[in-house]
Write a protein that binds this ligand. Sequence first.
Ligand code: F0G
Length: 365
Amino acid sequence: AHVWRGVVHEYRDRLPVTDETEVVTLGEGGTPLIRAPKLSEHTGNEVYIKFEGMNPTGSFKDRGMTMAITAAKEQGAEAVVCASTGNTSASAAAYATQAGLKCGVLVPDGKIAMGKLSQAIAHGAELLQVEGNFDNCLEVARKLAESYPVFLVNSVNPARIEGQKTGSFEVVDVLGDAPDYHLLPVGNAGNITAYWKGYKEYAAPYVNDAGETIAPVATKTPAMWGFQAEGAAPIVLGHPVSEPETIATAIRIGNPASWDKAETAREESGGLIESVTDDEILEAHRWLSSREGVFVEPASAAGVAGLLKKHRAGQAPTGATIVITVTGHGLKDPQWALRGADGDDIEPTKVPFDVVSVADALGLE
Ligand code: F0G
């Protein structure tokens, strides 16, 4: 039987590792590509969900972190640092623990989901709540890494992008070719950069370590469609947002580090970067959980929100193969599930312990 060994081992010939590299891995990647029947029917496409919540720490960050922590260790690091809206810190903390490295994380005060905060603390990271937003945290983390003996493991670290490009490889390996469209949320813009790099590499011939030329795996590349939250949409607006606001705290970012690369991905792929409102994000979040059976955190639903929005506007394709990355697990930030479409809290029904009452409550006759 084939046992999944994590993205670095599975794709090692396309990653910056050697036979001597000690790989730090929690078995990340190999996440399900789930056909979404309701989205497919509703939009008239073949729609697939790449469920990145199924990674070891519950988000796509693990793909990048296995590479970043592996590289940091290889280069003799003793400590790593990151700025984070939550998922990066959870992932960095877990991988640093396995590698025996110290881990410092800077998170925006009060704007990080409880599940993510718990993860970083559980894994023993030094967690600092900075009086500022994510952009302020990243600025401090970068300066810290320039002046002190600590490695930065945010997505400005090229190792992160290398690891995360394996998301595209998996999509192509499962579908047999690249999709026509790839949709995903955009925050600090590392992931759209990584996916685009992966798709381009798989559509080109390449020379392996043995000097053999390998034919392209994919015949084409998809159009990249990225979606920011309306209150945190600097790329859409064309200028930084000093006070980004959205309930999707994971993408509450006003000045993305990979801004230029996201625009390159958009232009080279013939794609787009647009925004979705918090209500549209929550609608997509509910759609995924109540119609497709996939539970994600709000930010993760931005790509689905984008498809529903473009479909409503008559601007979505039909008859196309569409892959949407949903980036993080719903259990990270579960409170949104307990809020109905009307915005009211959902209270569980209480019943006495007898069969007739339970049958009544379930509407059974
Ligand atoms: N979705 C989730 C769940 C995220 O946590 C993030 C980023 C994104 C989407 C956006 O990805 O930044 O590559 O464009 N979270 C970072 C963090 C910022 O600190 O966890 P991106």
